[in-house]
Design a protein around this ligand. Structure first.
Ligand SMILES: Cc1cc2nc3c(=O)[nH]c(=O)nc-3n(C[C@H](O)[C@H](O)[C@H](O)COP(=O)(O)O)c2cc1C
Length: 185
């Protein structure tokens, strides 16, 4: 078994070890103003209903748009959209239309009004499901009400934030399926 030499860490720096899934682009629309923000702090919260939670800082323009419209889209970009994703996460949608500014195409959703991003690998239409933690933690819980994803490649090159401007790009896949109980797959 491996053993590690370890140093103490400031507790406010541990997030880089726990950063969850891929960076997502969250698109929204409120009063005919569409917008996009970059989000790394999200988590799966259940399968049926399909729930996801995420932290949206209340200084972001998207915060009020999503709180009031009660919907948004989780769009999953691949590495070809890395530059745009960083720029979207470093600009406020107050004065610009981020779709236009970063060359992205809005698509109509099936179940909600907020636009999907065509250039992303997958798009999950979400409705606000639980609001209790918005005020106290800026934490939104959404239900995915419609989802589409590209069929190839099976394992897209998504990117995952490590903090301090560093990203991990998803790499090799290894199947361990035979060792799983079916209910945990
Ligand atoms: C890699 C990356 C990850 C981010 N993750 C989050 C996040 O999880 N939650 C959040 O509130 N802001 C996050 N941001 C910051 C927002 O995307 C950023 O403040 C954006 O400008 C908000 O846009 P808006 O004001 O138009 O809504 C992230 C930014 C980057 C670059």
């Amino acid at each position: 078994m491996k053993s590690f030499v370890k140093n103490n860490l400031p507790v406010d720096s541990i997030r880089r070890f726990l950063e969850p899934g891929p960076i997502v682009l969250v698109s929204s629309e409120w009063k005919n103003k569409r917008n996009i923000m970059t989000v790394g702090w999200h988590t799966v919260m259940g399968f049926s209903p399909s729930l996801i939670g995420c932290y949206i800082w209340n200084e972001n323009r998207s915060f009020e748009a999503i709180r009031k419209s009660r919907e948004c889209v989780f769009n999953i970009p691949t590495i070809d959209l890395m530059k745009e994703t960083i720029a979207i996460g470093n600009s406020e949608g107050e004065d610009i239309d981020k779709f236009e500014a970063y060359g992205l195409t809005p698509l109509k959703g099936k179940k909600i009004k907020a636009p999907l991003i065509k250039e992303c690998y997958a798009n999950f239409e979400c409705k606000l499901y639980e609001t209790k933690m918005i005020k106290s933690y800026n934490f939104f819980v959404f239900e995915v009400v419609h989802a589409v994803a590209a069929t190839t490649p099976k394992f897209p090159k998504t990117f995952h934030y490590r903090g301090d401007g560093q990203f991990m790009i998803s790499g090799d896949s290894k199947s361990m399926k035979s060792q799983f109980k079916p209910q945990y797959l």
